[in-house]
Design a protein around this ligand. Structure first.
Ligand code: CUA
Length: 339
């Protein structure tokens, strides 16, 4: 008998260690998960900083409430165990104070704090407006005053608030760059405005935050913050139409682009391709990613994407292309030359 209970004790102790190890592993996973470019707890601009402050305030208050309630509950259980015959330890006054007055004060404080944060997040004066339209499952990005169209990447100048006008072409999406601001819904037929500001140059990952169908999880984008001069240079470099294909190979790539019907969905400024069903490819060669923030924009990745986008992102609207290897090579070279 004695041996049995000792085994049981050991087993329970082993389970406790396993539980602790699991919690430590989760903490490690959550706290140190490599990149922090998509964490609202690592704000990179004033709007996200206000939201993070509110988050920490609520976390602190609610943690205190949790510890308080659990302590009282533990005390009540302990007291009952010591003497089951004991009557209630507290009267109506305690219930009125702890059950009505305290929660009212705590909830009111949090309400006032969040309302004041909302007021502080009002749209400031801005010099730059960018239109972002959600599509299944990518982001159309337009600079109306600069005459630029791009996709899945939003370049902004550092240290300046930028006005974003957000809408959707199909279903409800939600625009969210956790390090720069909270999320805002993108609704078909309505424009919602949001502002973002980055304090330092950097790349901040954004993600659709409203379930929008099969590839919702693969609907990402990046905000790239550049110093003002670098941003102006970025704009200036993109204002002229891309250069004519300089070699026979690039010329062939452009012919393949039209022969394969890519122009039915995509636009390339300076050519006859001006469709807007899919992402604008005018400066595709300088994009960081393909598939809306999914894979690095490499020659191999692009060849795989063009050959069979349905294998990489099932359900997206781009059909397979059945190209001869030489044609595939040429179109990849051509698209990558569009800087
Ligand atoms: Cu778009 Cu989820």
């Amino acid at each position: 008998m004695d041996g049995m209970s000792k085994d049981g004790h050991n087993a329970r102790r082993w389970q406790a260690w396993q539980g602790l190890a699991l919690i430590a592993w989760f903490a490690l996973l959550v706290g140190c998960a490599g990149e922090r470019t998509q964490s609202s707890l690592h704000p990179a601009g004033p709007a996200a900083a206000l939201i993070a402050e509110l988050w920490w305030f609520m976390f602190a208050v609610l943690s205190a409430v949790f510890v308080l309630v659990m302590s009282i509950a533990a005390w009540a259980v302990f007291r009952r165990r010591m003497d089951p015959a004991k009557g209630p330890a507290v009267g109506n006054r305690f219930i009125a104070a702890g059950g009505i007055a305290l929660p009212s004060v705590v909830l009111l404080a949090m309400l006032i704090y969040s309302l004041s944060t909302t007021l502080s997040l009002r749209m400031p004066e801005t010099k730059l407006t960018i239109e972002v339209v959600g599509y299944k499952w990518w982001w159309d990005v337009r600079y109306p005053d600069q005459g630029l169209v791009t996709a899945n990447e939003i370049y902004v100048p550092v240290g300046e608030p930028v006005r974003l006008e957000l809408t959707s072409n199909d279903v409800v999406h939600s625009f969210w760059v956790p390090q720069l601001h909270g999320k805002v819904d993108m609704l078909p037929g309505q424009v919602n405005a949001l502002w973002i500001q980055a304090d330092e140059p950097g790349v901040f990952r954004g993600q659709c935050a409203e379930y929008c169908g099969r590839q919702h999880a693969r609907m990402a984008f990046h905000v790239v913050a550049l110093e003002r001069e670098a941003f102006d240079a970025w704009v200036a470099e993109r204002q002229p139409d891309p250069a004519e294909p300089a070699t026979g190979e690039l010329q062939r790539g452009r012919d393949v682009f039209f022969a394969a019907g890519c122009n039915a969905c995509h636009a390339i400024r300076g050519t006859d391709a001006d469709a807007d069903t899919g992402p604008d490819l005018t400066h595709f060669g300088s994009r960081m990613s393909i598939g809306a923030g999914q894979w690095p924009n490499t020659a191999g990745g692009l060849a795989g994407w063009i050959s069979n986008p349905q294998a990489l992102k099932p359900g997206n609207l781009m059909p397979r292309s059945y190209l001869e290897p030489d044609d595939l090579h040429a179109i990849v070279e051509y698209l990558r030359s569009l800087e």
